[in-house]
Design a protein. Structure first.
Length: 543
C-alpha cells in the first residue's frame, strides 16, 4: 500500500509504516464481551515451515528473511491438480497500482482462473476509494467470499474502522475450527505462515482472518549509493549533526536535487531512541509523544525543512516520491524493504544504479540507533460466513494463493506466464509491460506466502538487502502494543492521528513553535490517549 500524503511526507512516515497502528489495534480485538484473556488464549495455527527450497542466504528466528540469489530452476511444482471445484469465487480487494484489464481482456486473469479451476470474480478497488467502498459493502448483506477490510483513509492514515470486531462476529467466519492448532496442517502453505502474523487475525477470541505476512525489518532510509559516491558524500553519518550536514551537501536546488523525498522526523526520532509508538516501563506505557526527546526531534526536523534539504513538492498529495528517488531528484527516501526490487525494476539511471539502507546513528554518536520493528502483517482478509464445505473449499484456494517462493505456482502468481508476461534473465523473471499491467489483480492482499529477499537478476542487490536486514534486526525494537487491542484506539485512532499529524505539520513548517506541543499533548490525552494507554496496559497484563 503506497498511499501517501502531506501529513506523512512531513514526518517521513509512509502508509505502510502507519499499518502497525491500525493492525495492532484491531488485530487481536474483541467486542465488549470479549476479555483480553480470551484473546490471549486464542488457539493459533501450528507453524510448519516450508522446506522445499533451500535459500542461498538463510534467515533466522529473529526475523531475518531468507534470501535467494536466483529463482530455483526448475521451480518446484506444489500442486498436481487445481484446488477449485469450478464454482464462482468473489473477492473484494484493493490495489495501489492502476486497475488492470478486465478478465475478458486479461490473459493472466484467464490463466489464473484455469489454474485455480475457479471463476474468480474480483472487485478491485483503488486505495483512494477503499474506505468509501468498504463502508458501502458492510452496510449491505451481499458480501463476497473474501473481503479485505479498508484499513486506510485516502490520505494514508489508519482508517480506524469502528465496530469491526462486532461486524466480524456477525457476518464473517470464525476460522478457528478449520485452522487452529494442527487443523491448519490440512492447508500446508497456510501452516507455513509465521505465528506472529496469525496474532493479527485474533478477534472475539477466535481466528477471523488470513494474514498477509511481512518481515519485521519494516521501513528504512533508502540511499542512492551511486549518487553519494559521485558527490563524495559521507554515506554513514556518525550523528545527527553529520546527517544534517550530509543532507545540505547533497542538496542542489538549481540542479533539481534534494537530500530527502520526505520529512526526517521518524529517522531523527530513532536517532534519539524514541519508540515507534509506546514504551513499556515496568508495565506502564509511555507514549513516544510524551518524551522530551520527541520535541527535540520536532525541532530538528523543522530546522531541516528550513534548510531546504527536503524536496519542495513533498507536501503534495500522492507525490511521485519513488520516481524522484529513481531519477535522482531525491537522494534518500523512506520506504518499506519490499520496495528494494521495485526500485531496480524501475531503474532509469542506468547500470550504475545502486541503493542500500542508511542506518540511523545515535543522535550524539557512538554507534547505531535501534530501528523500529514493523507489524508482522500488511493486512488480513476475512471470509463471509458459509457452510463447512464452502469454507474448506475457499481455504483450499487460499492455500494455493500462499504457495511459497521457489514453486511454479508462486512464479506464475507473481510474474505471470513465461514468454507472455516475463522472460528469465540472469536467474530472475523480468516482466514486460503486459506483465506489469495484467498481474496487479490484488490477489496478493487476499493471502500471500512469507516474504523473501529477492531482486530478480541482481544477486548483489539481494545481498545488500540481506546484509542491511542482518545488521538492523538484532538491535531493532518492537512496539509492546503490536497485536494487542484497545477498543478506544480502534474507534478514535483516526481522530487522534489527525490531531497529532496536524500539530507536527504546524511545528515543522514553522507555523507553530515547539512549545505548542505541550498544548497538543494535553488535548491528545483527554481526547482518548490516556484511555488508549489504560486499555493497552490491560492487554499487556493479560499476555
Amino acid at each position: 500500500m503506497n498511499a501517501m500524503n502531506r501529513r506523512l511526507f512531513l514526518s517521513g512516515t509512509l502508509a505502510t509504516v502507519a499499518a502497525p497502528a491500525l493492525l495492532g489495534a484491531c488485530g487481536s480485538g474483541g467486542n465488549g464481551a470479549t476479555t483480553q484473556q480470551a484473546v490471549a488464549d486464542t488457539k493459533l495455527p501450528a507453524y510448519l515451515p516450508y522446506t522445499g527450497v533451500k535459500p542461498d542466504l538463510p534467515g533466522n528466528e529473529q526475523g531475518l528473511l531468507n534470501g535467494f540469489l536466483n529463482y530455483p530452476d526448475p521451480p518446484v511444482r506444489a500442486f498436481d491438480t487445481p484446488p477449485g471445484d469450478g464454482s464462482p469465487v468473489s473477492a473484494f480487494v484493493l490495489t495501489s497500482s492502476p486497475v488492470p484489464p478486465t478478465v475478458d481482456q486479461n490473459p493472466y486473469w484467464q490463466e489464473l482462473n484455469k489454474r485455480l479451476n475457479a471463476d474468480l470474480r474480483l472487485t478491485i478497488v483503488p486505495n483512494s476509494d477503499m474506505p468509501t467502498k468498504f463502508a458501502t459493502l458492510v452496510a449491505g448483506d451481499d458480501l463476497p467470499d473474501f473481503i479485505v477490510p479498508a484499513l486506510y483513509t485516502p490520505n494514508g492514515l489508519p482508517a480506524g474502522v469502528a465496530n469491526l470486531p462486532a461486524w466480524l462476529a456477525g457476518k464473517c467466519q470464525d476460522l478457528t475450527p478449520f485452522l487452529g492448532g494442527d487443523a491448519v496442517k490440512e492447508y500446508p502453505f497456510l501452516a507455513n505462515l509465521p505465528t506472529a502474523a496469525w496474532k493479527d487475525c485474533r478477534y472475539n477470541g477466535g481466528i477471523y482472518g488470513l494474514p498477509v505476512a511481512r518481515g519485521v525489518a519494516g521501513s528504512l532510509m533508502f540511499r542512492r549509493d551511486d549518487l553519494f559516491a559521485q558527490l563524495g558524500a559521507n554515506a554513514n553519518p556518525a550523528n545527527f549533526a553529520e546527517f544534517r550536514s550530509v543532507c545540505q551537501q547533497v542538496t542542489d536546488a538549481k540542479a533539481g536535487r534534494w537530500a530527502l523525498a520526505g520529512g526526517p522526523l521518524d529517522f531523527v526520532s530513532q536517532m534519539l531512541g524514541l519508540p515507534f509508538r509506546w514504551k513499556d516501563e515496568g508495565g506502564k506505557l509511555k507514549s513516544k509523544f510524551e518524551y522530551e526527546e520527541f520535541k527535540q526531534a520536532l525541532a530538528d526536523s523543522a530546522q531541516m525543512f528550513a534548510d531546504g534539504v527536503v524536496h519542495p513538492d513533498s507536501t503534495t498529495n500522492n507525490a511521485p516520491v519513488k520516481k524522484w528517488f529513481n531519477a535522482g531528484s531525491a537522494v534518500m527516501h523512506t520506504d518499506r524493504y519490499t520496495a528494494w526490487p521495485q526500485y531496480y525494476a524501475e531503474n532509469v539511471a542506468g547500470p550504475g544504479f545502486k541503493i542500500s539502507g542508511m542506518r540511523p546513528p545515535l543522535y550524539n554518536g557512538g554507534g547505531f540507533a535501534g530501528t523500529w520493528q514493523a507489524q508482522a502483517t500488511n493486512n488480513f482478509t476475512v471470509l463471509k460466513k458459509a457452510d463447512e464445505g464452502r469454507i474448506r473449499q475457499l481455504l483450499k484456494l487460499a492455500n494455493w494463493l500462499a504457495a511459497p517462493f521457489g514453486t511454479e505456482e508462486y512464479l506464475f502468481r507473481k510474474y505471470g506466464t513465461a514468454g507472455t508476461h516475463y522472460t528469465m534473465q540472469d536467474g530472475g523473471p523480468r516482466q514486460n509491460q503486459a506483465g506489469v499491467s495484467q498481474t496487479v489483480l490484488g490477489i496478493r492482499y487476499i493471502v500471500d506466502s512469507p516474504d523473501v529477499l529477492f531482486v530478480p537478476g541482481n544477486p548483489e542487490a539481494t545481498k545488500a538487502c540481506y546484509d542491511y536486514q542482518a545488521s538492523v534486526i538484532p538491535t531493532s525494537v518492537a512496539d509492546p502494543t503490536l497485536s494487542l487491542f484497545s477498543d478506544t484506539w480502534s474507534r478514535k485512532q483516526g481522530q487522534l492521528g489527525t490531531m497529532i499529524n496536524d500539530a507536527q505539520n504546524d511545528i515543522m513548517s514553522g507555523r507553530k513553535p515547539v512549545s505548542y506541543w505541550d498544548e497538543v499533548l494535553t488535548q491528545w490525552r483527554s481526547t482518548g490517549g490516556d484511555k488508549v494507554r489504560t486499555e493497552f496496559e490491560e492487554a499487556l497484563a493479560a499476555q
